[in-house]
Design a protein around this ligand. Structure first.
Ligand SMILES: [Ca+2]
Length: 186
């Protein structure tokens, strides 16, 4: 299970289709990395999110092939091809971030070698951070609404003075409408 703001060692993912755990190159974290990402190889893991929104999925990998290789990122039923640039060698690791939308709840994510992919690179870890939430929350630009149950009070911090000289008005917001106090004469 991948948890928001944490990393999952991909050697702990559900590996199928020929993907295996390997330790033959240095620089990995955890107990190893996923090798043989070719054929029908798949590294599958689950994630459970509390808020709907955009999330950044960060894959740490090594690509010593010398050229860009592709894998498919499968999020529930949706598949997207991702392109992973070469690293200096198989001991050199880098991160690739991809943004996905996730609804509240649990999801299945996979790095898959699909028919159109050139993959066959080494996968170390995956991390997840939330980028934006679709929950708008309170609008900080909107003044608080005065409770209309009792018409005798108002939000004093919203009041302002106008007029001047001998006539001063206190303008305040009552039940959502701006009102002015009775004219006062000094
Ligand atoms: Ca690892």
């Amino acid at each position: 299970m991948l948890i928001v703001n944490q990393q999952l060692e991909l050697e702990q993912a559900a590996l199928t289709g020929g993907a295996v755990v390997d330790t033959s190159h240095a620089g990995y974290s955890g107990r190893g990395f996923v090798d043989s990402h070719k054929g029908q190889a798949c590294s599958q893991f689950n994630v459970d999110v509390m808020q709907a929104g955009m999330y950044e999925l960060e894959l740490r990998y090594a690509n010593g092939t010398g050229s860009v290789r592709t894998l498919s990122l499968v999020t529930d039923q949706n598949s997207e091809q991702i392109s992973l640039p070469a690293t200096a060698n198989w001991n050199s690791w880098t991160s690739f971030a991809h943004t996905v939308y996730l609804d509240v709840g649990s999801h299945s994510l996979s790095y898959l070698f699909a028919n159109s992919d050139s993959g066959n690179i080494n996968l170390d870890t995956v991390g997840l951070i939330q980028v934006t939430s679709t929950d708008p929350g309170p609008d900080p630009t909107e003044p608080p609404v005065v409770n209309p149950v009792d018409g005798n009070y108002y939000e004093a911090e919203n009041a302002f003075l106008s007029g001047g000289g001998v006539s001063v008005y206190i303008n305040f917001r009552l039940s959502g409408h701006w009102r002015s106090s009775p004219k006062r004469t000094n």
